[in-house]
Write a protein that binds this ligand. Structure first.
Ligand code: 5GP
Ligand code: ZN
Length: 120
């Protein structure tokens, strides 16, 4: 299947991986809205909120808790926002939950630096 996120999971395309287990894969968004912008995806290809398996959805939400904590602790984020697009607002047709850190003061950092902070 010609899916960019499936190719990231398989390793065909590289990514800044933060975490993976049997069911989910967590990595940095290549075009971040804020430094530390992360995507959480199921390993099994599925389109969106309507089609995703409920048990996997709970795993993804639990991972969002962990990711939010990590962003606040390691990136000193002042908060975080979850976004999940469906239908015409969804660009990549493989379910993904955005975890977007929020900062009181605008921050600019390159993705390599963010990756080092989050994985150390
Ligand atoms: P959507 O609008 O579908 O919710 O958002 C798709 C997100 O995937 C965007 O934030 C975009 O930057 C991100 N994205 C698209 N292609 C790639 C890629 O090849 N690698 C990574 N890490 N993120 C991607
Ligand atoms: Zn896919």
């Amino acid at each position: 299947m010609d899916c960019v996120f499936c190719k990231i999971i398989s390793g065909e395309f590289s990514s800044y991986k933060i975490y993976e287990d049997n069911d989910i894969f967590v990595f940095l968004d290549i075009n971040p809205m804020e430094p530390g912008h992360t995507l959480i995806i199921p390993k099994e290809h599925t389109l969106d909120l309507i089609t995703i398996n409920n048990d996997i959805l709970i795993k993804i939400l639990n991972s969002a808790k962990d990711m939010g904590k990590l962003l606040m602790e390691k990136m000193n984020a002042d908060g975080f926002t979850l976004i999940q697009n469906n239908g015409i607002s969804q660009e990549v047709k493989h379910y993904h939950l955005h975890v977007i850190p929020k900062y009181k003061k605008k921050r600019k950092m390159d993705i390599e630096e963010v990756y080092k902070i989050l994985t150390n």
